[in-house]
Design a protein around this ligand. Structure first.
Ligand SMILES: [Zn+2]
Length: 209
C-alpha cells in the first residue's frame, strides 16, 4: 500500500479511507460520505448512498455535478446519491481549492457539540498543540469552528452553510453539525485525511472535558 493517499488511484484511496474510518467507528453502518473533486473540476466523485462503509469497493462511487441530484456517471446500476451530497456540493462550490471533502459521524463529535448552548453558531477550540496541524501558528490561538443545527432535511443544512460561509468565511476548513458529525475539506485527499484526524482529536478532548 502506498504511504500517502495522494499517490493512490482516487477510487482506491477513497475506498481505503472508508475502511479505515469504519474500523475507527467514524463511519458505522452506512453513515458518512467521502468525496473528491473530479479532474475537470466540474463535479465530484462521492460514495454512493446506503452502502456499508466497511465493505465499500472502488465501484461504489458516483460522479455528481456541483449542484442537483442527477448522477453523471455510475459504476454500478443500483448506485444512488446521498442527501448529504448537498453538503459536499456546497463546499466545492464555495472553496475552489477544495479537492476532497469528508463527512463522518463520530460519538465524540456528538458529545462535544451537545455541550454547546443551543442557538450558538460557533464552537471555540481549546488552545491545544494539535491546532498547529490546521495551519494555525499562534501562541494560545483563539479559533472557533462553525457549528450548524442538525435538520432532517439535509439540503437545508447545506443552504445554511452556503449562506453563512458566503457572509463570513470559516477560520478553519471544517464545520460541525450538532449531534451529527464533522465535515472537513482540504487541497488533497491526504491533507483532508490529516485534518479530520486532528478535528476528531479535538472533539475527543472537548467530549472528555
Ligand atoms: Zn451525516
Amino acid at each position: 500500500m502506498a504511504s500517502d493517499f495522494n499517490q493512490m488511484p482516487v477510487h482506491a484511496a477513497i475506498t481505503a479511507i472508508a475502511h479505515d474510518f469504519h474500523r475507527r467507528g467514524w463511519m458505522a453502518g452506512t453513515a458518512g460520505n467521502l468525496s473528491t473533486r473530479s479532474k475537470d473540476g466540474k463535479g465530484l466523485w462521492i460514495t454512493s448512498s446506503g452502502l456499508p462503509k466497511g465493505k465499500l469497493d472502488t465501484r461504489d462511487l458516483i460522479l455528481m455535478g456541483l449542484e442537483g441530484n442527477e448522477i453523471q456517471q455510475r459504476l454500478r446500476d443500483d448506485a444512488r446519491p446521498s442527501a448529504e451530497t448537498s453538503i459536499h456540493q456546497t463546499i466545492y462550490t464555495l472553496f475552489p481549492n477544495a479537492q476532497a471533502c469528508f463527512h463522518i459521524h463520530t460519538v465524540d463529535a456528538c458529545l462535544a457539540t451537545a455541550k454547546i448552548e443551543p442557538q450558538t453558531q460557533s464552537m471555540p477550540l481549546p488552545p491545544l498543540e494539535m491546532i498547529k496541524g490546521l495551519d494555525i501558528w499562534e501562541e494560545s490561538p483563539q479559533v472557533a469552528l462553525a457549528l450548524f443545527d442538525n435538520r432532517l432535511d439535509v439540503p437545508s443544512i447545506a443552504h445554511e452553510i452556503h449562506k453563512r460561509f458566503t457572509a463570513e468565511p470559516p477560520q478553519i476548513p471544517a464545520l460541525m453539525i450538532r449531534n451529527h458529525g464533522i465535515t472537513v475539506w482540504g487541497g488533497s485527499l491526504q491533507q483532508t485525511y490529516n485534518r479530520i484526524e486532528i478535528i476528531e482529536f479535538i472533539m475527543s478532548y472537548i467530549a472528555r472535558q
